[in-house]
Design a protein around this ligand. Structure first.
Ligand SMILES: Cc1cc2nc3c(=O)[nH]c(=O)nc-3n(C[C@H](O)[C@H](O)[C@H](O)COP(=O)(O)OP(=O)(O)OC[C@H]3O[C@@H](n4cnc5c(N)ncnc54)[C@H](O)[C@@H]3O)c2cc1C
Length: 391
C-alpha cells in the first residue's frame, strides 16, 4: 500500500463499484459453501482462483506493480464484508499482503520488479513467517539463524503457526543474521524465502477455528537462499521492517473483528425476531433487547474506530495508537458479540447446523493475532502517555 502522497486516487464511485462486486461474489460463491468447507477444514482452491480474478491478491499493492492500490479504508471494508460471512478466507489474502507490503516498502528496486507483479496477480502466494515454537510476543527472541556463505545465506531453524505456509509458494522469513547483537533487534533480517530444497512444510496445526486455511510448521535445514533475497539488501533491518507493517496489519485484524461482530449481530437479529417464547418473539423480551443494543453499539463503535485508523493510515500520518485501539476494541467486540449471539440462539447456537458457532470459534484468533490484546493494551498505554506528556 502506498500511504500518503504516493497514494493513487481512488474515488467514491470506484469504491462503491468494487464493494458491490465483492458483495455479489460473497452472496453467490461464499455463502453457499462456507459451512461445508469450514467443517471439513478443506482448502477452497476455487475460491482462491476467484479471489485472484477479483484482484484481491494485489488489493493493497501499488498499481505500478499490477495491484489495485486500494486505500486502507476500502481494503478494510472488503475484509469486514468477507469476515461477516467467513473470516478464514481473509487470512489467505491478509498475510500474503503483509509479505507484499514488506517488499514494496523496503525492497530494492530489483526485488520490487521481480516479486511484486507475481504477488499482485496471485501467481505467487505467500505469507509472513515470524513466530517460532519458543518466540511469539517476544519476537526478538527468535532462534532461526542465517549465516552468510559467499553470495548466499544458509538458514536453519523452525517457524510455527505460519498461515499460508503449506499452500503458499514463499514467505517473508524473519531470522537472526547476528544472534549476539545488542540490542537484539539489530541482529534481525527479513528474507524472501521461496520453496526449494531445505524448506519443508511440517505439521499442519489443528485449530479451534480459522478452518479451511493452512496454518503450519515450517522447517528450514541448510536452506540456501541467494543474498539478493535479503529484503532491502542490508542486514539488521528485519525487526523494523516487520514492525512497521503492524499498523496496516492491525487495521486488517480490526476489520476482521468488525466483520465477525457484524455477522454475529445479523444472525442474532434475525433469530430473535423469529424465535418465540411465552407467546411472542424473543426480541420483545427486554433481556434480549439489551443484548441486541449492546451488540449493535459494539459493532458500530468497532467499525468507526477501524475506519478512523484506516483513514489516518491513508493520510500518511502516524496511526499506531489508532490502529492499536481499533484492533483491541474490534477483536473484543468480535468475541463478545459471538458469544452473545450464541446465547440468543439458545441450544441452536450450540449446534453445528447453525452458523453462529463458526463466529464463536473464529473470534478468539482476532484477540491473539498481530499482537495479543494483553500486549496491545500495554502498547496503547505507552503511546497514549507519549502523546500526552505532562506540561
Ligand atoms: C491461527 C493462528 C495463525 C497464526 N498465523 C501466523 C502467521 O501467519 N505468521 C506468524 O508469524 N505467526 C502467526 N501466528 C502466531 C501469533 O502471531 C502468535 O501466536 C502471537 O504472536 C502470540 O505468541 P505466542 O502464541 O507465542 O504467545 P506468548 O508470546 O507465549 O504469550 C502467551 C501469553 O502471555 C501474554 N504475554 C506475553 N508477553 C507479555 C508481556 N510482556 N506482558 C503481558 N502479557 C504478556 C500474551 O498476551 C499471552 O496471553 C498465528 C497464530 C494463530 C493462533
Amino acid at each position: 500500500m502506498s500511504a500518503g502522497d504516493s497514494m493513487p486516487r481512488f474515488d467514491a464511485a470506484d469504491e462503491a463499484a468494487l464493494l458491490e462486486a465483492i458483495d455479489r461474489w460473497i452472496d453467490r460463491e461464499l455463502k453457499p459453501i462456507v459451512k461445508e468447507y469450514d467443517h471439513a477444514d478443506r482448502y477452497p482452491a476455487h475460491v482462491v482462483q476467484q479471489m485472484r480474478e477479483l484482484g484481491l491478491f494485489g488489493a493493497t499493492v501499488g498499481v505500478e506493480y499490477g495491484g489495485l492500490g486500494l486505500p486502507a479504508t476500502t481494503y478494510a471494508q472488503i475484509v469486514m464484508r468477507i469476515s461477516a460471512v467467513w473470516m478464514s478466507i481473509t487470512g489467505i489474502i491478509n498475510s500474503h499482503l503483509m509479505l507484499a507490503l514488506a517488499i514494496e516498502k523496503f525492497g530494492t528496486p530489483a526485488q520490487k520488479t521481480r516479486w511484486l507483479p507475481k504477488l499482485a496477480s496471485g501467481e505467487i502466494r505467500g505469507g509472513l513467517a515470524l513466530t517460532e515454537p519458543d518466540a511469539g510476543t517476544d519476537l526478538q527472541d527468535i532462534r532461526m539463524s542465517a549465516r552468510r556463505d559467499g553470495d548466499h545465506y544458509v538458514i536453519d531453524g523452525t517457524k510455527t503457526w505460519i498461515t499460508n505456509g503449506a499452500e503458499g509458494a514463499c514467505v517473508a522469513l524473519l531470522v537472526k543474521t547476528d544472534p549476539s547483537a545488542q540490542p537484539r533487534h539489530k541482529g534481525m533480517s527479513l528474507f524472501i524465502a521461496p520453496k526449494q530444497a531445505g524448506f519443508t512444510v511440517g505439521k499442519k496445526l489443528d485449530k479451534l477455528g480459522y478452518k479451511a486455511i493452512d496454518t503450519v510448521e515450517l522447517v528450514f535445514e541448510r536452506y540456501r537462499v541467494p543474498a539478493d533475497h535479503l529484503i532491502g539488501g542490508a542486514e539488521g533491518q528485519g525487526f523494523y521492517q516487520v514492525t512497521s507493517g503492524l499498523e496496516l496489519g492491525r487495521i486488517n485484524v480490526a476489520a476482521r473483528g468488525v466483520g465477525i461482530a457484524d455477522g454475529a449481530l445479523a444472525l442474532a437479529t434475525g433469530y430473535a425476531q423469529q424465535r418465540k417464547t411465552f407467546g411472542k418473539p424473543i426480541c420483545e423480551h427486554q433481556a434480549i433487547q439489551l443484548k441486541l443494543a449492546e451488540m449493535a453499539t459494539r459493532a458500530r463503535a468497532a467499525r468507526l474506530l477501524t475506519l478512523d485508523a484506516a483513514a489516518a493510515f491513508d493520510r500518511g500520518v502516524r496511526c499506531d495508537l489508532e490502529a492499536g485501539m481499533a484492533k483491541y476494541f474490534a477483536s473484543e467486540a468480535a468475541l463478545e458479540n459471538s458469544i452473545e449471539s450464541m446465547r440468543i440462539h439458545g441450544a441452536y447456537g450450540y449446534s453445528k447446523e447453525y452458523d453462529v458457532e463458526r463466529f464463536y470459534r473464529d473470534a478468539p484468533l482476532t484477540v491473539i493475532g498481530e499482537g495479543t490484546n494483553e500486549i496491545q493494551r500495554v502498547i496503547i498505554a505507552k503511546q497514549w502517555l507519549k502523546r500526552n506528556p505532562i506540561a
